[in-house]
Design a protein around this ligand. Structure first.
Ligand SMILES: C[S@@+](CC[C@H](N)C(=O)[O-])C[C@H]1O[C@@H](n2cnc3c(N)ncnc32)[C@H](O)[C@@H]1O
Length: 210
């Protein structure tokens, strides 16, 4: 007789975000992330004819703030439920695209932005190469994520699909340069207070396709 395995299966990262989608915007972390868009936009020159990609757009905390300033925002995410919440916000110039970034980016862009999605992708070098390939010459990146942390930010890293415990700017900047991006600059963008009583700094990395 075989013993029954009573350990529940680890949920996939997509199902984690699918389950979290409905209440995503009400989370204390999301409410603190509202400060990211105006600070990022202060460092990202955009024009009304621009096409912008938001990688790991989720419910569109960033995409909805950028959309009024540009021609089109493509919101890319693997979670259909997160994108459904974004679609319900009814922005005419946001196109949602449900799929993995490595399945091919659906266009070419004047800017690629992202907030808190980089740490979910194992191969950062390949991700930055995909961004560089999808940018028009002179196109820009503006990417927000955690500085290196000790693993306590998410708590359950495996269930949430965390691949990196934040990033060291020197190492991430070097990968961006190797991908063909120039003028790499890091700045502190926001400090997130978590329920564990600790506070975590986030960076904004900007750069330009050379
Ligand atoms: C922590 S959430 C951030 C969502 C949103 N940017 C925000 O700040 O609220 C990370 C998002 O990245 C998406 N994601 C993770 N890996 C991805 C991949 N390989 N391709 C596309 N989206 C991905 C997840 O589904 C999730 O919605």
């Amino acid at each position: 007789m075989t013993a029954m395995n009573t350990t529940p299966p680890t949920p996939s990262p997509a199902s984690h975000f699918d389950a979290a989608a409905r209440d995503w915007d009400q989370r204390p972390t999301s409410q603190q992330l509202a400060a990211v868009a105006p600070r990022l936009l202060a460092q990202l020159p955009l024009s009304p004819t621009d096409q912008v990609l938001d990688f790991g757009a989720g419910t569109g905390l960033l995409a909805t703030q950028i959309a009024p300033l540009v021609a089109q925002v493509t919101a890319l995410d693997t979670s259909a439920a997160m994108l459904e919440v974004l679609q319900a916000k009814g922005h005419a110039n946001i196109t949602t695209h449900c799929g993995d970034v490595f399945a091919g980016l659906p266009g070419r862009y004047h800017a690629i932005v992202s907030c808190m999605a980089l740490h979910h992708v194992a191969d950062t070098a390949a991700l930055l190469r995909a961004f560089a390939d999808a940018l028009h010459p002179g196109g820009r990146i503006a990417l927000v994520d955690l500085y290196l942390e000790d693993g306590s930010f998410h708590g359950d890293n495996a269930a949430k699909g965390v691949q990196h415990l934040g990033f060291a700017p020197e190492a991430l900047g070097a990968l961006a340069q190797q991908a063909g991006l120039a003028d790499i600059h890091f700045s502190h963008i926001v400090q997130l207070q978590q329920r564990n009583g600790r506070s975590y700094p986030l960076f904004l990395m900007t750069g330009r396709k050379s």
